[in-house]
Write a protein that binds this ligand. Sequence first.
Ligand code: CTP
Length: 396
Amino acid sequence: MNNRCVVIGVSGGVAVYKALEVISRLRKKDIEVRVIMTESAQKFVTPLSFQSLSQNMVTTDMFDEPKAWEIQHISLAKKADLMLVLPATANIIGKVANGIADDMLSTTIMATKAPVVFAPAMNTNMYENPIVQNNIEKLKSFGYEFIEPASGRLACGDEGKGKLADVEDIYEFVLKILYKTSDLEGKKVLITAGPTISPIDPVRFITNRSTGKMGYAIAEEARNRGAEVTLISGPTNIKPPYGVKIIKISTNEEMKNEVLKYFDETDIVIKSAAVADYKTLTYSEQKIKKGEGNLNLEFTRDSDILSILGEKKTSQILVGFAAESNNLEENATRKLIKKNLDLIVGNDITAKETGFGSDDNKVIFISKTGEKTVLDKMSKLEVAKKLFDEIIKIKG
Ligand code: CTP
C-alpha cells in the first residue's frame, strides 16, 4: 500500500492542527504527503510544523515568484492521487464552487484530475448558510467529495454542526478513496432501476412501489469501481450518480427497447427494476369519465425483459432480482434457472425496515452453481459492494 501521494490543502481555521494528526497517520502508512497552505492557514500554524511531519517542503502562496507558482500548482495537481482540503473553510469551498483560482490551493484544485475531498470546519451559522450549502451541493454534483462536519461545541463557543469530522473518520475516508478498487475498469455495466408504469388514459396509470434506491446504489458502486455505467431508470425522485449515463423511460416497452439497444456491447447486466408484468389491454385516448357502476380494466401480459436477455445472452453476466413475499429461496432459484441468469439477488419484501423505499436491504445471493450467500441487513450501497464482489468471483 505505498507509492500513493496525498496533497493536503490547509485553509485557515482553528481546526488546522488536526491536519497535522491526519498527516502523521498517513505517513505511518508510507503515503507521500505534500502540503499547500493558504495565507490565513499560516497565521494558525507555521509551515515548519507541516514540513516536519510531512517530511516535504510545504508550498505556500508564492505570488512573488510567479514562475515557481505556475509550475508547482501543475506538478502537485498531477502528482496527487487524492487532494484533501483540511480544514475546508467557507471561503475555499466558495471559491472552487464558483471557478475562482487565485492562489496556490484553489489553482491546484482546479488543475487536478485526482479526487478532491473537502473536510469542512466552520461556525454553525456559516455552515448552515444557504450560500455555503448551495456551494457544497454544486461541488457534490461535479463529483467532489465531502466529509460531513460533526456537531458539538465550536471554537467560537457556539453549539451546532460545523466541527471538523473526527480525525479517524477523515483518515478512513481518505484510505477508502485512495485504495478503492478499480476492478471494473474498462467494463460496460448496464443497470435497470425503479418501477415501470402502464398508462390507462392521459391522466392515469398503474405502477408499483419501487423507488429505485437499490438500482441507483448499484450504479454508484459500479462507477466507483471504474465501470462505464448506463442506468435505465423508470420514474424516481433520486438524483442519478455523477458520471453515470442515465436513460429515463416510463413503460415496460421503452425499457425493453433501451436495454436491447445496449445489450450486445455490455459485459454485466443487472436488472433491479420492478418491471410491470401487465399492461392495460386498451389505452383510452380520452380521459375515462366516471359512471354509475364499477369500472373494469383488463390487463394483458407484457414482455419479461430479463427472460428475453437470458435467451439472447452470449458472454454477458446476467443478474436478476427476485422480490418475494414467501418462499424466498425457492422462488429465487426458480427464476434464476428459468431466466438463464448467472446470479439472482433475492429479497423478502415483507421484511420490516428493508422493504420498498428503505435505505437498507437484506438479501440473499444465489449463483448459477447453487452457491448461496445470506447477507445481514445493511445499506443498499453496502449490498451493491457485496454484489460486485460476487460478480467479480463469477468473472474469475
Ligand atoms: N423482470 C423483467 N421483466 C418483467 C418482470 C421482471 O425484466 N416483466 C425482471 C426484474 O427486473 C427482476 C426479475 O425479472 O430482475 C424478477 O422480477 P419479479 O417481478 O420478482 O419476477 P417475475 O418473473 O415477474 O415473477 P413473479 O411476478 O411471478 O414473482
